[in-house]
Design a protein around this ligand. Sequence first.
Ligand SMILES: Cc1cc2nc3c(=O)[nH]c(=O)nc-3n(C[C@H](O)[C@H](O)[C@H](O)COP(=O)(O)O)c2cc1C
Length: 187
Amino acid sequence: MSKIKKSLILYQTMTGNTEKVAFRFKQVFEKKGWGCDIIKVGKDMDVDNLPFDFQDYDFLCAGSGVYAALPGKELVDIIFKTTHRTRRAGKIVHVHQKIKPGPKKGVVFVTYAGTHLGPKEAEPALSLLDLNIEHLRFRCVGRFSCPGSLGKRPTPGQWFGDITGRPNKRDLVKAEIFLEEILEEPY
Ligand SMILES: Cc1cc2nc3c(=O)[nH]c(=O)nc-3n(C[C@H](O)[C@H](O)[C@H](O)COP(=O)(O)O)c2cc1C
C-alpha cells in the first residue's frame, strides 16, 4: 500500500483573511486524500525549537497577509533561520551552499489590500515566500493571491474599489481550483 502524502500549511495572519485561504487549502488536501497539518505562525514561536519538521512533509504551502509590502516577519524569520543556519559541535553556524529545489513541491499565497497599485503590491511578498520555500528545497510551483479587506468599512479611492468581505466566496473557490489543479499535475 502506498504511503499517504503529507502537506504542511504554514501561515501568518493579523486579521484572519489569510487564514480563510489556508483553511480552504486544507479542505482541498483532505478531499484529495492527503494528510494535512496547518500551523499558524505567531510571535511566540521559538525558531530554534519548532513544533514541526519541514522534512516530514511532501508538500509545503506558505502564506501571509502583506504588511508594508512584505509577508509577516515571524514567518520569514522561521524559514530564513531554518535554512541559513545549522548546529555544528554545539555552535550555530551559517550555511553557504548551492541548492537545487525539488523533487518536493510547494506553493505560496498572500492576501493583500493593493490599495495603491493593485496586484503589483502582492508581488514582493509572493517572491520572498517563493524564495523562502525554495531555500527549504520545496520547488515553488504556484503563487496565489487575492484581495483581503482592511477593516469593515469601504474606503473610497482604492485600486480594487470596495474590498470589504474579501476574501469572499469567489476568492475561495479560486483558491480551491488553484490548488486542485496543482495537485492533479503528475509529479
Ligand atoms: C499593518 C498593515 C500593513 C499593511 N500593508 C499593506 C501593504 O503594504 N500592501 C497591501 O497591499 N496591503 C497591506 N495591508 C493589507 C493586508 O495585507 C490585507 O488586509 C491582508 O488581507 C491582511 O491579511 P491577514 O488578515 O491575514 O492579516 C496591510 C495591513 C496591515 C494591518
